[in-house]
Write a protein that binds this ligand. Sequence first.
Ligand code: ADP
Length: 490
Amino acid sequence: MPQLFKVYAPRFMVWFAISAIGCVLLARTELAQLREAFETDARISHRLLSQRVVQHEAVLATLALLQPAASLGSNDSAEQRLPSVYPQILSVQRRDAGAAWLGTGLDAAEKTSRTGRVAVLANADFTLARGRYQLVLAAQPASYALLIDIHGTIPWNDWSMPVQTSPVRVTLEHAGQAFVVQAGRIKTGGWRFAFHKHLDSVSQPFEVVAIRQVGWLELPWLAMALWTFAVAAALAGWSAWQRQRSARRRAEALLRVGQVARLNTLGELAAGMAHELNQPLTAILANTQAAKRLLQDDPGELPTALQAMDQAVAQARRAAEVLGRLRRTVEQPVPTAPGQTVGLAQAVRSALDLLEPECRRRGVVTAVHIDQPVLVLAERVALEQIVHNLITNALQALDAVPASERRLAVHIGAAKGMGVLRVLDTGPGMAPDTLPHVFEPFFTTREGGLGLGLSLCETLASGMGGQLSAQANMPRGAIFVLTLPLASRP
Ligand code: ADP
């Protein structure tokens, strides 16, 4: 369960974050569009209403201008016809010089109008039931007053919003009174857009107030849901593609590793062969050349030449045996039961015999200590290879010390049912950090070394049911200990 959570939690977070960002952007875009539409409608309403109320000033100004005609009595009919031309004008009242206004409030308005020389508002009643006001213009000889119906003032034909269904609430406000032009739908919650602007009229500076409440339900839920699903689908596709890609990569890597492993194995085999065959081939070469020289220079040295030839033959056999063994190893990689009874002393002698010229050349003093004759169960060639390798390593190590200090000893004995063979040298020995690694394949401190000799020896020893180990010699040098199962108890 925690594993599943670990795998899916980050994906869920990514999905959630991308979905949330997208939804917020969609909602913001929708809100911005709604706001723009609202402001456009509100501005149109303001402009239309401004145009309408300005007409009232124009009508009053015209009536005031037509005074002379009025005095002739013909203006009466013009005044009476006005409401039919302007339906919002309910009635026109004229106060001739010396006469009085019908109704209250008009005197004061006329007085203000006279000083200000503009039309003045009177008796404004913005209640929905009545919704009317008067507009008075003082003039000479007669002053005029219009009774205006607010509802009639609204230019319904040009109105940009559907009055019954529009969510926008529009009111005309004046001195704390509000005439509801359009009820709209005002709820709580969500976002509120508001528009406040006075009409462009000096005499009727009513404030147009438009309110739009956008509810949560008006958000683009469908688009947001589609976006959320699209993100989920894209993420699922992406992770499927990722899975496929990493599966492909893994398969390719495995193939590469397999190829490298095969190459390595081949390389190790080739390196092992080169390592094992180099020694006998060098000896064959040296012996054959020596024999040839002896035969050419002095035919009397025939026995020595024959001895060199014998050695060459022995080395060639050894090389052939190594090859045969390698072939068998390839066919049957793990040597199972060791078959032959071999004397440890015999194997040591044979190896020292082969390496005798090397020892001589280096001035190495060799010694063999046999506690008791020891017969072990082993493959003779494999055992000889191990001993040969251990002695060669010792000789190489002794190169690092002065010729006078070069000693090599081989001890043969038995302990705990095992034959024990020790190869000791007085070389520089192994540093404490080198010692644990000497049996690792390709571990070498020797310039031009392959690092396969000891690993091969250890493989061979354990293949025969034995063991190979290393330790420090005292006061200096190295000891390699080979144990092999005894062929019979001594
Ligand atoms: P190589 O001889 O190719 O280096 P080996 O497997 O034979 O590979 O030996 C591995 C390493 O073990 C050597 O490089 C050396 O450091 C160390 N070693 C082996 N034999 C001796 C020895 N007699 N004295 C000191 N070091 C040794």
